[in-house]
Unconditional design. Sequence first.
Lengths: 477, 477
Amino acid sequence: MNKKTVLDSIFAPRSVAIIGAAQSPPGGVNTGQLFLEAITTFGFQGPVYPVNRNPGTVNGLPIYTALREIPGPVDYVISCIPASGITDLIHDCAAKDVKALCLFTAGFSETGTEAGRLLEAQICDLAEATGVHVLGPNCMGVYSPKAGLSFTSDFPREHGGVSLICQSGGNTLYLVRAAAERGVRFNKVLSYGNAAHIDESDLFEYFMDDDETRVVAAYMEGVKDGRRFLDVLTRLASAKPVTILKPGQTPEGCSAAASHTGSLAGSKEVWHSLMQQSGAVEVSTPDELVDMIVAFTYMKAPQGRNALVFGNGGGASVLATDACASAGFKLPPLPDVIRQQLRNAMGEAGNILGNPVDIIPALADDETYCSLLRTFYGWEGVDLVLLQIPLRGIMLPLPVATLLFESQMNNAIKVGQETGKPLAVIVHCLTSWESCQTAADFRRKCYEAGVAVYNSVHGAAKAISSMMRYYDNRKVA
Amino acid sequence: MNKKTVLDSIFAPRSVAIIGAAQSPPGGVNTGQLFLEAITTFGFQGPVYPVNRNPGTVNGLPIYTALREIPGPVDYVISCIPASGITDLIHDCAAKDVKALCLFTAGFSETGTEAGRLLEAQICDLAEATGVHVLGPNCMGVYSPKAGLSFTSDFPREHGGVSLICQSGGNTLYLVRAAAERGVRFNKVLSYGNAAHIDESDLFEYFMDDDETRVVAAYMEGVKDGRRFLDVLTRLASAKPVTILKPGQTPEGCSAAASHTGSLAGSKEVWHSLMQQSGAVEVSTPDELVDMIVAFTYMKAPQGRNALVFGNGGGASVLATDACASAGFKLPPLPDVIRQQLRNAMGEAGNILGNPVDIIPALADDETYCSLLRTFYGWEGVDLVLLQIPLRGIMLPLPVATLLFESQMNNAIKVGQETGKPLAVIVHCLTSWESCQTAADFRRKCYEAGVAVYNSVHGAAKAISSMMRYYDNRKVA
């Protein structure tokens, strides 16, 4: 069976079995039950079979005491049992004609022990011999909302165009949740652990031909076959945006990556040069990865590097300027005619009538404010407009600040939609959790209107700049 | 009158008058009323007098139509009237023997107009001639919780040992609120705007002899007199920790700083060398400034650069390692005897028994867990312990994750207090506002127990490293 067919079955299986699932003991957690809950919450259409040596029920479903007892066919198996049981399980899977086995099970090469390495190698051989494809080990597997598959109940149910692979289960959880807060919806997500059998190159190759995947993101601690990876990545990056976070860029981080997924992280310089050659976008932190995905999902690339920054706060405006300039943007001075228009509408004192523009929105009614915005956006000297909202960087109590900023944001989005100029909104300076709640609400309003929303001006400027560089490289290549 | 006496009156005046205060119009905001509300909320002990050309009442207080009509003495005056009225106001202040006038009023050199520059110069001359010291213009003035003075109602009422000066009012608001969430309590805070008359050197000199100020922080866009500033800063930094954020490090940022506070930002290189010479700690963002304040307030400096990182999540541990190594920390491998102890208690699979240690706290009861922690903390090979809590980087639903992490954190704090080894807790991977609420609760538990708490491993490692360098330099000097 070719890998494409196998991966089709992984991302959209007809049926799923969970080995080791049982009712959680009092005060404890049965991971199999968590997987089961996530899959049923997501409304998976096919049958889900809990399997456990001990009979009984879990979440109202009867437990099968062995894979072979399941009446129907099983495409995809999730294993939550200890490593010692895995070779037997692969034989059972082969007998049942299972297409893929996801090993949540850990205790292999990542332990750094000889026994762990041997067991992992043995499992790969067995996978090859039996034709049962193995995901992981030491991974959480698939989140494929369109197919109703997930490994946690709180991921978004809606699907989108972003596919993500991630060697760390924990980072997958964080990345999906953090990106979801910014309006990103995923198509196919895979936590792929040690990548012993199915690896990053297989997955990138698969995404290349997957029409539903429009943007690819990855967190990878190492690469199995550098030559093949460079080839696949270069082809993928010339077809669709790809952005990759690779930790282990310090010697200490390399050794931590080895302890986590048994990965050989390689040197920072080699990786950097590989990324440059491939045309993919390199990022340094999980939050930068999310920022890149937001840029590729919600923004069209500006035509040039002239930005207009507006919003509230003198200090915030100065810091925003440094952030934009560091990312390679210019902030051309506002033309005199626009300055004069602003001065007439808002007065001079307490406002900065330059670029950045720092105006107190309370000073103007909606109509005046929108007409100023039309002038900003319409100015041919700028390619990109950034609205920065320093939520707790103003004097007013949060409820009053919320009203003020919300009307400013709504106007900015409205006029942005009218003019079609690239726009990003930055909601920052969050302090209390109440301000985080307001920010969550603001973010949702932005992405529901199709507008990119960021948590820092630095993050926005860096991601938009990298996106522009990505498309420029693709034009040249 | 010398500047010390004046600054004493600014930070703890006997009485305050607010020029321009009136009841806010429907749908609008009278800033004078906001100042008045903040001061009365803070329980200022002396009289507060609203002054406005139009008689009436505001917040139940009678409005005086002129400063001279106020029966008692007035130490400190806040002006919310337009710039055109300021020269007359200084004369009125002189007649009333006012010690200091805080100009919230803007519209001076920061406008970039010749008229604005002239007016600012004129006001300085008048201040010198009359002996009425001027704060600002274009500033929010004083937050001095011990004296019951504030310019917003939601700052902490309790005082602490940190004094902060800040050329941006908005950044003052953000910095105080953000630091408050991390347990920082302030002694004297001043938003000082254009620094036309009272400047950064005056303030640093004052803090040097102020026993209540134990840590000094600043956001400054420019320096009035470089030679004097270097001298004052060097003396201050040799006596107490000082940390400074200075934006305008790009040419574009310089020009934004000029538009904001009329500051001449100078070159990045000159500033960097001045900071190096002085021994003060340079930071690049508001959040780094808060991280530094937290280090100086809540941590004792580790004796060396060997760190132990523990917490949950393989990917989070790898990223944490990079962050620590980049900041100059070593993560020595866990000795075999401790590894074995961990293995016995927790098992191998799914855990990383190295350094970082990634163990699932649910696997051990409190007693076993605390005994493991005692071994970590007691290990002579480490000088610093970091607990990283990736709140939404685990599979479990937030309420279950909260319980689990909270008990882990409580144990870590408890054992930390027993052993006295430097400890910092990092609560990160926040996504939904509900997770921000849990994080706020965790942070409060940390700082109430006297433990430093951070929002990122990177932020913690960088700040602790800079703190160590600060104390090392002071030892040498």
